[in-house]
Design a protein around this ligand. Structure first.
Ligand code: GAR
Length: 214
């Protein structure tokens, strides 16, 4: 598969890009919270990638679905979990309190389907990262997640698609782009085959990009 990689830094950003500050906890590791709604294959790649890295720790997995597979993964790796109720997520300080309790430095949305509220964006400026399964700004926005994206790409007859890793703001898929990688599509590719190609790119690049940001 031909892969084209585009790296975007400050010149293209709508918000300022800067490396995350070293935590003020001395030699303590940077702590990542993963927010995920589903199976968690990206979460798994992140966990595996940082397993033996003393400078990074997965400190929390948050899900909005108590039946999400990602929670089994958290349990298998003894990572604390939090199941967010909608009311708490949008109208309480429970999430910021939980993130503070776990000393979270960076939030990664890995297949998390709820819009991030403004209070959380403000609490973690340029420290919330999303992975989107298309080349934004194409195929982003409300309702554009998972197979919906791949079906739309298929329907439009695109000859390439890819992934976007970007900062999160209070709008869907709108924050400054950090990284994109593309893959070629064959005319005969089904939405499922497109999904497979895109997921392979996500698994290949997301942990590395996080490492660079940290
Ligand atoms: C990933 O493909 C991710 O890009 C997508 O959900 C999938 C989660 O897979 N996210 C979105 O569509 C957000 N708009 P995973 O649970 O196996 O990591």
């Amino acid at each position: 598969m031909m892969i084209f990689i585009y790296l975007y830094y400050s010149s293209l950003d709508k918000t300022e890009h800067r490396p995350l500050e070293k935590s003020e906890k001395g030699a303590a590791p940077s702590l990542i919270a993963i927010f995920a709604s589903g199976r968690g294959s990206n979460a798994e790649k992140i966990i595996t990638f940082f397993k033996d890295d003393p400078s990074v720790k997965i400190g929390l997995i948050l899900s909005n679905r108590k039946e999400a597979k990602v929670l089994d993964l958290a349990q298998a790796h003894q990572i604390p979990t939090y199941i967010a109720a909608r009311e708490d997520f949008y109208h309480s300080d429970k999430i910021t309190t939980t993130l503070a309790k776990h000393k979270i430095d960076l939030i990664v949305l890995a297949g998390f389907l709820w819009l991030i509220p403004a209070y959380l964006v403000s609490a973690y400026p340029n420290k919330i990262i999303n992975i989107h399964p298309a080349l934004l700004p194409k195929y982003g926005g409300k309702g554009m997640y998972g197979m919906n994206v791949h079906k739309a790409v298929h329907k439009a007859g695109e000859n390439e698609t890819g992934i976007t890793i970007h900062y999160v703001n209070e709008r869907y898929d709108d924050g400054a782009v950090i990284f994109q990688a593309a893959c070629e599509l064959e005319k005969s590719d089904s939405p499922e085959q497109i999904a497979k190609k895109v997921l392979a790119l996500e698994h290949q690049y997301l942990p590395q990009v996080l490492k660079e940001l940290l």
